[in-house]
Design a protein around this ligand. Structure first.
Ligand code: DAH
Length: 344
């Protein structure tokens, strides 16, 4: 039977062709040439109408089996192609995630002011303080009025101010956050408030128009100067990693009474006198004081019931002291050769 032989030779041909395709797309195309709608095997079945019943049976069976065998063949070839594909691409795309890499020296690092801010925050949170925030654009009331710089109080001149066109100002100190704390928190409370502040200043080695402070405020019953000194000495000993001696001198700020300048004994000469402390043995470090009763009242508290202390820490200054940097402008220069010296 010629047709039977045709069917058998179709299979032989299919085996040959399908086994040598290069990819799945070719496989699908070639498959259609044999068992697709217009494929060779399908075409043969179309002429079976003219055959005897007996012949139809034999050929039908043979054709069905061949169709199945070709489908199986296609399936096997497909699996083989898939495996090959994965093997090749996996090899090409493999990279060793555990391989040690050469670290680039162009990595960024945390700015020294931010580093010291994080340290100060950690020390104070360990002492039970919470961290508070406030806006850089403030009201005159929060920055001055409620801190007892009333009307055209002469102390306003000590803080040259940038004003906005809508009657606000860029806060000149983080003390503005004291007012927010007094109005929003229920005493007793302990807060620190780090932030950026602005002054309309002539820029030189020790003055910048933008710098960073941390405000501190404790309000409670019977708060005294002893609490203030203890807190400051704890902070400074942690920051400078050695026991630090302090002294208080009177200082004037309208929102504290009494107000102080807190000095630390020079870390370089231990008080003997050297060029760093200009031979005085002391370094001026931070202003502080007991919260003025008027400020407590402005903040909505009864000054007969509540007392407090406050301090203002200059972060830039602290960085400069720790590393012996003599010009504040380095800190804001964005100079990578400078910043690279403080990796973290
Ligand atoms: N706000 C003051 C300034 O920037 C510093 C200051 C002084 C803050 C005394 C205080 C303080 O909390 O008690 O010049």
């Amino acid at each position: 039977m010629a047709i039977l032989e045709d069917i058998q030779s179709i299979y032989a041909e299919a085996e040959n062709v399908l086994n040598s395709v290069a990819n799945e797309e070719e496989l699908d195309n070639q498959k259609n040439l044999f068992i697709g709608k217009k494929g060779k095997l399908t075409n043969i079945l179309k002429v079976m109408g003219s055959l005897s019943v007996e012949e139809k049976k034999t050929l039908g069976k043979e054709a069905n089996e061949t169709q199945k065998k070709i489908e199986e063949l296609v399936q096997n070839v497909r699996t083989k192609l898939k495996n090959e594909f994965y093997e090749v691409t996996l090899k090409q795309e493999f990279f060793d995630v555990l391989k040690p890499v050469k670290l680039s020296d162009k990595r960024g690092s945390i700015h020294p002011v931010s580093q010291i801010q994080a340290e100060v925050e950690a020390i104070f949170t360990s002492l039970g303080f919470s961290i508070m925030d406030g806006p850089e654009v403030e009201t005159d009331e929060n920055n001055f009025e409620a801190l007892n710089f009333t009307g055209d109080h002469p102390a306003r001149d000590t803080q040259d101010t940038f004003y906005t066109t809508d009657g606000k100002l860029l806060r000149t100190h983080t003390s503005a956050i004291q007012v927010r704390a007094l109005r929003n928190l229920k005493p007793p409370f302990r807060i620190i408030a780090p932030g950026r502040v602005f002054r309309y200043e002539e820029v030189d080695a020790s003055h910048e128009t933008t710098f960073y402070q941390v405000e501190g405020m404790v309000v409670g019953k019977d708060i005294s100067i002893a609490h203030l000194i203890y807190t400051m000495e704890t902070l400074l000993s942690e920051i400078f990693k050695e026991k630090v001696k302090t002294r208080l001198r009177p200082g004037y700020f309208p929102f504290v009474e009494p107000g102080f300048e807190l000095d630390i004994q020079c870390l370089v000469c231990k008080g003997k006198g050297c060029s760093v402390c200009k031979h005085s043995g002391w370094l001026e470090l931070l202003p502080c004081g007991l919260v003025h009763p008027q400020v407590l009242e402005y903040g909505g508290l009864d000054s007969k019931e509540w007392t407090g202390f406050a301090f203002g820490l200059g972060l830039d200054r602290l960085v400069m002291m720790r590393y012996g940097i003599h010009d504040i402008r380095y800190l804001h220069s964005g100079n990578l050769r400078f910043l690279k010296q403080f990796p973290a």
